[in-house]
Design a protein. Structure first.
Length: 869
RNA sequence: GCGGGCGUGAUGGAAUGGUAGACAUAACAGACUUAAAAUCUGUGGGCCGUAUGGCCGUGGGGGUUCAAGUCCCCCCGCCCGCACCA
């Protein structure tokens, strides 16, 4: 034994080696054990790990280690989400090869993660940019084509005319490309799509069964899928054959979708999307309309831009007839707020009951007729002013609907449409098909070949993978695959003639939509080995940031369904349990000139004033998410170097509830480090040699020993629940309470050593998921080097129920709801005894003197309340 | 606009409708020390009181209940997501 201060640096690397050599965390299928698949969202290899990673992986590690101790076969793997734009940006900025850059980053970050001492089966590691991985992704895509899950079609995209690439919505800032600054255009492009909307109903319905997910995430997905019930029907175009107006069109009618068929008699006009085919047709002969459409497209597609855009329209001059009254003509407008890719791209507007329609109608002086009359109003006098009425009511001004409720009217209109063969009931989803083409180099090549004669031909499976060329240059804009001298030129697999490869690559969200399944059989010759998947899937605890609540999780859910449909494996849902962790924040400061200042450079004067070393003033700017630009990042490597991995892990686990944001503080990490040393002293102190304190507990324990053992077993009971329930901060608090109790135990009688030994042994096993290195070191010290196993292989401590119950309990006594005293009484005392004791308590007696007792409430084991007046 | 969450000491945070503030951080006082660090002990919501104790107190207002931080209604503030989806 030693009284030296704990040396995390030396101890941590020693135990990490021991785990490595013993293959302690190798995941092994064992049909005799329950399984636990613990997964944190795998990282993008950006270069270095950050505190968010530390928090994420520390949480997963606690779960993985706890489950292992509790007898589960545990799968806890790690890999790399390695395709993506930053590698190309690095290539452009620093003239490095994206592949080299990526694998160098992976090497660095793997090294950093290993210093955290995570219980990971590293033999399963892979990167999504490994051809051995994306080979299977390509094969699956071919299976998806066969299964009818893939489409190739035109769609509107955000196009950056300088970088010659499609931009995602989030890459469009104020209508400009985030990189080039060029005004983004809306452009039609032929793209590959995965038909996720085919699964919309199921993806929505199955959310109900995901009770291991945060409610928030389920609601977000529900809103994202956005199911709506309504009607699709047509307006006939009036005077279509009359070419005096110059409005002759090839279509005879305009098809619209609405969720409010009940408001059909409040119709004021129809509106087409600027991208509607009919709009395009009319624009050919109408220069003003053409100019209007172009203006709309220039507005950009970012949500913000669209929202700020004022409602604007263009009267086409075309008229349509009301479906229930051929004599009633309505104007056809083109309106910038009508979306082409929702419903039919055309609407009928009822301004009285839709705010957008109302804004538009007021601007262009179109009629506003209320047809839904709220309670207490009359059809003649009800006026909507500038605020549309969207609530329920009774129909008015609506001919055969008059007097019906909105719900009845809705059904009546659809029924009539269906009887008259004019329209149908229809369910629509806000969810769009998933466009997966990206005009980028650093992604998985889409395995198809374009042949002039045969069209689009899949690459034969035996020719997979289609790998990326290494010799690429980024000195001109656009996709390097497209201007590579040889790569895209190949022969058609069908006819043998010269053909070209698809030069688009997959959206990187595809890579992350099935990696969790690949982890179950990372070396298999097929995407996923069915037996392994059956055993390990679904992921029991999936942990990551809320920012992936929609896309990644929805795509992964879709992929499982698509893989099943394509004949891969049966798995309804990929993630049984889901946990979203909070961010890591840190204080920020600005200098007098407005530039950000490193927090460690800020000096605090005695009067609380802030300054830099040169005396210039500094302003505190609040607690913000760690980011390089705000200069408030804390490097995990430095922290681990100084305090050790265990202290870093303990701090990120103990300082805040895991789903809330964590504020990084120097005081906090120092406090964690102090606790680690305090724990170490429990075994390092020479006063108690516990190595040979083995054997049965004596029957007659002292009061102090009983108190300690009660503390211990209640702690085991509580901590077990806390860790499984992601209440890490509460679990740590309990362990500190137990530590306090242990230190307060001063007895020296014979049995004290046994009690100490029992307590410490359990305490060490309970801290092990959070502070694994320290736990191994303490375990080793407790057994003086002769431990029967690593603590990482030791079983979770068992609760002795005998110590969970108390013989006597202390209950507070309230008088009229206010605590006045407490009574200590036998746990099994009957109500009369409890009542008598409560009334006799001095603090109570004083209060009820002279009052009449009206009622006594006794909650067994909890509280006594005496109602008196 | 729609949806969700949060609001508790100086600070992070505890609290199946049942003793509000566990556990920690900062601070203060004391012990040890030549001194400091480390460590240990104590104080630690506000007000009144030497004290036993009393009153008030979980963003504000109302309600349900023997009992409300917790449940219900209204309001205020902050945070997050979605956002012209007809």
């Amino acid at each position: 034994m030693t009284t030296e201060r704990y040396n995390p640096k030396e101890a941590e690397s020693r135990w990490q080696q021991a785990w490595d050599q013993g293959e302690t965390f190798k995941a092994v299928r064992d049909e005799n054990k329950p399984k636990a698949y613990v997964l944190e969202m795998f990282p993008y290899p950006s270069g270095r790990i950050h505190m968010g990673h530390v928090r994420n992986y520390a949480m997963g590690d606690v779960i993985a280690r706890t489950k292992k101790a509790q007898g589960y076969a545990v799968l806890h793997p790690m890999g790399w989400d390695a395709f993506g734009m930053p590698a190309e940006n690095a290539a452009m900025e620093r003239n490095v090869n994206p592949r080299d850059w990526t694998y160098e980053n992976i090497a660095t970050m793997r090294g950093q993660l290993k210093t955290m001492g995570l219980a990971i089966d590293w033999s399963r590691e892979f990167a999504t940019c490994d051809p051995a991985y994306y080979k299977h992704e390509q094969a699956m895509f071919l299976d998806f084509i066969k299964a009818g899950i893939v489409d190739r079609r035109e769609s509107m995209v955000n196009w950056d005319p300088v970088d010659n690439t499609v931009l995602a919505n989030e890459q469009v800032i104020d209508g400009k490309g985030w990189r080039s600054g060029a005004v983004v255009e809306r452009k039609k492009l032929t793209q590959w799509f995965l038909r996720i909307t085919d699964f919309a109903e199921d993806l929505l319905g199955a959310l109900d069964g995901l009770d291991g997910w945060p409610e928030k995430v389920r609601i977000m997905q529900q809103n994202w899928i956005g199911r709506s019930e309504g009607a699709r029907f047509s307006f006939d175009i009036v005077g279509n054959s009359d070419d005096q107006t110059g409005n002759q069109t090839s279509d005879q009618k305009i098809e619209v979708y609405t969720t409010r068929p009940d408001t059909i008699f409040g119709a004021s006009f129809c509106a087409l999307s600027p991208d509607h085919p009919l709009t395009a047709e009319l624009a050919e002969t109408n220069r003003d309309l053409k100019a209007f459409v172009e203006e709309c497209r220039a507005t950009g597609t970012s949500e913000e831009a669209i929202q700020r855009a004022e409602k604007r329209g263009f009267d086409t001059g075309l008229k349509v007839a009301h479906p229930f009254d051929p004599a009633w003509e309505l104007p056809v407008m083109v309106a910038n707020f009508v979306l082409m890719d929702y419903g039919t791209g055309a609407i009928f507007a009822c301004p009285a009951h839709d705010q957008r329609d109302l804004d538009f109608a007021r601007k262009y002086d179109l009629p506003v007729t209320p047809v839904v009359i709220p309670e207490g109003e009359s059809a003649d006098s009800f006026d909507v002013g500038d605020e549309a009425y969207t609530g329920p009511g009774v129909m008015g001004n609506s001919r055969f609907l008059d007097g019906m409720t909105t719900d009845d009217a809705r059904a009546a209109v659809i029924d009539k449409f269906e009887r008259d063969n004019k329209g149908t009931r229809e369910v629509n989803f806000r969810l769009r098909d998933w466009g997966v083409s990206r005009q980028r180099y650093w992604g998985c090549p889409i395995p198809v070949i374009h042949c002039n004669d045969c069209g689009t031909v899949p690459v034969p499976k035996q020719d997979l993978p289609v790998t990326l060329p290494d010799d690429v240059s980024f000195d001109r804009p656009g996709n390097p695959l497209d201007h590579h001298p040889t790569w895209k030129h190949t022969d058609c697999p069908t006819c043998g003639k010269a053909a070209v490869r698809e030069t688009d690559t997959f959206d990187t969200f595809i890579d992350s939509s099935w990696y969790f399944a690949r982890f179950t059989s990372p070396h298999a010759d097929e995407p996923v080995n069915a037996e392994d998947a059956r055993y390990w899937m679904p992921v029991d605890n999936y942990i990551g940031g809320i920012e992936h609540a929609i896309l990644h999780l929805l795509y992964s859910r879709f992929f499982c369904r698509a893989m099943e449909k394509a004949g891969h494996f049966h798995l309804p849902e990929p993630f049984k349990g889901m946990f979203t962790q909070g961010m890591v924040n840190h204080e920020t400061y600005k200098a007098a000139d407005g530039s950000w200042v490193l927090p460690q450079d800020v000096l605090t004067a005695e009067d609380g004033g802030l300054s830099l070393a040169d005396g210039s003033g500094v302003t505190a700017c609040g607690i913000e998410k760690m980011s390089k630009s705000k200069k408030n990042v804390v490097d995990p490597t430095e922290i681990i170097d100084t305090y050790g991995a265990d202290a870093a892990r303990l701090f990120v686990l103990s300082d805040s509830p895991p789903d809330r944001d964590l504020e990084w503080t120097d005081a906090g990490i120092e406090g964690a480090f102090r606790y680690i040393n305090r724990l170490w002293r429990l075994v390092a102190a020479p006063s108690h040699n516990l190595a040979d304190q083995d054997g049965d507990r004596p029957a007659d324990l002292s009061d102090a020993a009983t108190t300690l053992l009660k503390n211990l077993h209640k702690t085991i009971d509580g901590v077990t629940g806390d860790l499984n329930g992601f209440r890490f901060n509460r679990g740590v608090a309990r362990l500190r309470e137990l530590t306090n109790g242990y230190e307060a135990f001063k007895e020296e009688e014979d049995s004290a050593g046994l009690v100490r030994r029992e307590t410490l042994s359990a305490l060490i096993r309970m801290i092990a998921p959070m502070m694994p290195h320290l736990a191994e070191e303490m375990w080793d010290a407790l057994y003086q080097g002769a431990a029967p196993s690593l603590v990482s292989d030791a079983p979770w401590p068992a609760v002795d129920p005998a110590f969970l119950v108390d013989d006597t309990i202390t209950m507070p006594v309230q008088v009229n709801g206010k605590r006045r005293d407490e009574v200590t009484i036998a746990a099994d005392a009957d109500e009369d005894t409890i009542r008598d004791a409560a009334l006799a308590a001095p603090g109570v007696a004083k209060q009820i003197d002279g009052l009449t007792i009206r009622k006594t409430i006794i909650v067994p084991g909890r509280i006594i309340n005496i109602v008196a007046n």
